[in-house]
Ligand binder design. Sequence first.
Ligand SMILES: [Zn+2]
Length: 399
Amino acid sequence: MNAFDFHAPSRIVFGWGRIAELGGIAASMGKRALLVWGSRTLANSETGRKIIDDLQFAGVKVLAMQLPPGEPDVAAIDALAAQVRAEKPTRDDVMIGIGGGSGMDAAKALSGLALDPEAASVKDFLEGVGTGRKITWPVLPTIAVPTTAGTGSEATFNAVISSRDPPFKKSFRDHRLMPKVALIDPQLACSAPKNVTAWAGMDALTQLVEAYISRKATDETQSLCIRAFWGFIPMLRAVDRDPCHREGRERLAIAAMRSGTALANGGLGLAHGVAAGLGSLKGTPHGLACAIMLPAAIEVNAEVEVEGTYLGWQSTLLQMTLQPDYEAPPPIRGERHRRLVQVIQTLLADLEIPTRLSALGVTHSDIPELVRLSQGSSLSGNPKPITEAELAVLLESML
Ligand SMILES: [Zn+2]
């Protein structure tokens, strides 16, 4: 077996209604909370007010900040970092990020930037576009509270930061950015809009598929994926029909967290590479981009062998994502992945997610730039090596 390292939050607090414990947890970690809201709606809701009250009742001072709408960009993170530094942060402070991937990623980035003696821009830390600056000072401990089941950012040690001009979407990655506590209350996702639930769910599923077959996968990350695949598709359908379906919300929340742990330690692949490109070029929401690219990622990697799956990885996925009594097709070459792609395409149609890149405004003339912007650490994890020319042909065929 290959040697590996494995990083995860020190503590996972999981369960329906457990947001009520945030005050006590924060009080055990610091005297003041620097809280980033990813969603203005949640911040202004009854739940949002209760979260602030609970923190104050537990004796924690609160400095609340609001991330602007959309995925975090360099300007927004630098502005929030300036706001944090103006409050003279110390090692007695605890960061809290409440939101989807954006809110949690912003909190993680700020936890690393807060005590930087030179107050550098977050851009300096980004892979591929930064100056290679590294953290050599203490990082504030972070509590990550997801409000959607998707990115698994509560269990990763990177923060995805974008920029419109020049266009890029890159990671600030450091093991010390891993949240100390992931507080996962699946009930918080009940109020998410229908399309957010669908896109977030497809992000988690894509992360599980890509991490499972990634060339960087380990025995540990694959075991997380296998448990998370179990019944995934029926549960996503259940919350699509009924936003507060308790078992659906619970299972998707834990699957999303496992997808985050798996990708942080085991890498990703083609769909996430192109999703980063689509995000920077067209502003496509991350989960939507992943959903559109998932069938292609399955096709491209159809012939990849994954250790420990006796019928091929497509059969494992079919059985596990559908239901325990599903009978996988016989191991006829080509049949299993065709069936898996079919299952995903039916799911996308039912969730009203398009399958063509043209639906995102991508045109023939965008392809070279999209290929360039899709290169990065995600694509390098794809099990089948794919050249820029091959990627251009694939994307062209999806217009
Ligand atoms: Zn993702």
